[in-house]
Design a protein around this ligand. Sequence first.
Ligand code: AP5
Ligand code: MG
Length: 209
Amino acid sequence: MKLVFLGPPGAGKGTLAVKITGLLNAPHISTGNIFREAISSASPLGLKVKSIIDAGKLVDDSTTIGLIRERLAREDVKDSYILDGFPRTITQAEALAAFSSVDRVINFDVPDSVVIERLSGRLVCRKCGFNWHKTFNPPGKDGVCGKCGGEIYTREDDKAEAVKKRLDVYREQTAPLIEYYRNKGLLTNIDARPNVDLIVENVKKLLQP
Ligand code: AP5
Ligand code: MG
């Protein structure tokens, strides 16, 4: 099944995708993770996007579309994938429709207050990329990832000013995709306020044949 995970920053798209990828045998593709890997390896792409991402703005459509077009041309995603964080603009959605047919779009719905609570407490592993949370899912021993032992850090774009910018950008450029996909009959809303396990159960029910 070819899935798009939609929702504001901090809705839990990445956390849920990590849990659901194995259940569906659908590779998890996160544009945010691809950009962060490029930044940590200081590749030309990383150097180009670092200041944009740190400020909470969107990377330009043509760069982002090019990345996804290339990734979706690979054999492992011929029949199934989970796209997390793409598309984020109508231009990206139209480009995606031209090179892949999405089966379903799940919109993870949360109010701004929850977004702020989740992002202000998020801790990320530099090595495996896992998203921990100071309160809701602490990483274990101070400063070290409980999964792989990697170093834990706070994303630059989780600072208050960048979060505010990301929410503005989400409202202006990404939220219109809800209507776009509803009109195509592809959209389902999921309440993303409960705990992760309950949301995973609700997604599983939704995707049962
Ligand atoms: P990206 O990494 O995609 O950021 P985002 O959409 O802002 O989403 P987040 O990763 O912040 O949130 P999430 O929904 O994945 O939540 P998470 O699971 O981590 O993109 C980063 C940047 O890259 C963008 O700002 C942009 O610059 C650029 N970019 C990426 N894609 C692009 C595109 N298509 N076009 C242009 N630019 C692009 O959860 C958050 C926290 O909450 C975690 O700490 C987690 O442990 C906790 N949590 C999650 N679920 C729950 C729950 N149910 N209960 C309690 N805690 C929870
Ligand atoms: Mg994410």
